[in-house]
Write a protein that binds this ligand. Structure first.
Ligand SMILES: *[C@@H]1O[C@H](CO)[C@@H](O)[C@H](O)[C@H]1NC(C)=O
Ligand SMILES: *[C@@H]1O[C@H](CO)[C@@H](O)[C@H](O)[C@H]1NC(C)=O
Length: 405
């Protein structure tokens, strides 16, 4: 288990691809490119390769939820000057949007909090920082948002370091809870920073991978017996399983979209256990998506020039075996989609299913099963139309043509 987890931090040279065989940069490559375009065009409704970004979109709200909702009684505990500035700031975020004024008031709220002697590590003050980052992101100032979050991360890291050095004035129980809260904040902020780096304003996936890899490294470090137990709720950050799964799959997506398919597949596989546990054994749309991602990422890897399958150069036999294995993952995604309870179904299920069916059709075609492949592509087209993915419709039509139809 641990060997796989630590792969996240290995240098690229060690990360030989397990799958892959050369073929023309054909349908699959185009499909992948179209997925990318679709992701760009439909950032919210097209998370087919992106379970985690769905979660990270609301990550800041989650931080705020943690601070404002769960500790609601303390919300009123802001000194009047801080509360006034906060109110003004939020008014210029939501009511009469004005980035300059919003930033001014929120920064002022932080300053007032400092001057009135509020504890900078308290949920309330960290909550103001989160609001500030959220506001900057909302107005497209990703760089500023990252700076605010990085500042928060540094602050929390220093606090953790102090605690670990024994510098603390609180009782052990309070100290433990403070440390846990600091760790959670660091992890959530890093996940958010990673998604900001990945996003349209920064477009730096290298940095995004670094930041998220650090977060996962920290989580591993703070998890009890990761070698034998994998990721669990038994982590000092008290990070819940669904967030762990979300963070892992965000990492998988980053690898998948930057051509590190082998890593992506391994991290997606690590995602399954915490994801299933988080759902108490219920099948979920996110599981459909992760399974579908495993299949599509393996399929992409298998077709990369010069790649190997389980350490061996690709040949007819091991390619056939690999296709069979990938088909099994795609089928698992499709079966899972069928048993998700109707009330739990959402767009992610539909997209995960479409993606799994496309992968399956492609594999059937590669396997020379042209009749089944044609059938498969034909049955996907109406669903693609319904979703408005015209470019993918063209891919499916090309698939039918290649299958001799
Ligand atoms: C992305 O971040 C890395 C640091 O991790 C940096 O070296 C690189 O220059 C950045 N790339 C761009 C395009 O800003
Ligand atoms: C799983 O399904 C059961 C029965 O429908 C439901 O009561 C429970 O809340 C579900 N658990 C989760 C985590 O969704």
């Amino acid at each position: 288990m641990f060997a796989t987890i630590s792969l996240v931090k290995l240098p690229q040279s060690r990360l030989a691809s397990n799958f892959g065989a050369s073929s023309q940069p054909s349908f699959r490559e185009r499909f992948r490119e179209q997925l990318r375009l679709a992701r760009k065009d439909y950032p919210v409704i097209f998370p087919a390769l992106l379970v985690a970004s769905v979660a990270s979109v609301s990550l800041l709200s989650l931080l705020i939820y943690d601070y404002y909702t769960r500790v609601a009684p303390q919300y009123a505990a802001y000194p009047p000057l801080v509360e006034q500035a906060l109110r003004m700031g939020l008014q210029h975020v939501y009511v009469t949007p004005d980035p300059e004024k919003a930033e001014m008031h929120l920064t002022h709220a932080l300053k007032m909090a400092h001057e009135s002697g509020m504890d900078p590590y308290s949920p309330e003050v960290i909550g103001i920082r989160t609001r500030l980052a959220e506001m900057l992101e909302k107005f497209g100032r990703a760089k500023g948002a990252i700076e605010v979050l990085d500042g928060t991360i540094n602050m929390c890291e220093e606090k953790v370091a102090d605690i670990d050095r024994g510098v603390t004035s609180q009782d052990p129980e309070q100290t433990k809870s403070l440390r846990s809260g600091m760790l959670r904040t660091i992890l959530r902020c890093r996940a958010k920073v990673a998604s900001l780096y990945e996003g349209e304003y920064m477009r730096n996936t290298t940095k995004a991978k670094e930041v998220l890899s650090d977060a996962i490294g920290l989580l591993v470090k703070e998890t009890q017996n990761p070698q034998t137990k994998g990721f669990s709720e038994d982590n000092a950050a008290g990070l819940p399983l669904d967030e762990i799964a979300s963070m892992l799959s965000q990492m998988g997506d980053l690898y998948a979209t930057t051509g590190e398919e082998s890593n992506a597949v391994q991290v997606y596989m690590l995602t399954l256990a915490p994801l299933r546990q988080a759902c108490n054994g219920n099948r979920s749309c996110k599981e459909v998506q992760v399974l579908s991602n495993i299949a599509s990422t393996m399929d992409i890897a298998m077709k990369k020039p010069g790649a190997t399958i389980n350490g061996q150069p690709a040949n007819k036999e091991n390619l056939a075996a690999a296709r069979k294995a990938i088909l099994a993952w795609a089928d698992q995604a499709i079966k899972t989609a069928e048993v998700v309870k109707p009330e739990d179904r959402d767009g992610i299920c539909d997209l995960g299913l479409i993606s799994a069916e496309m992968t399956k059709a492609d594999l059937l075609l590669e396997d020379g099963k042209t009749i089944q492949a044609r059938e498969a592509f034909r049955s996907i087209i109406p669903k693609l139309r319904e979703k408005g993915f015209e470019s993918l419709v063209r891919s499916a039509e090309q698939g039918i043509q290649r299958a001799g139809g």
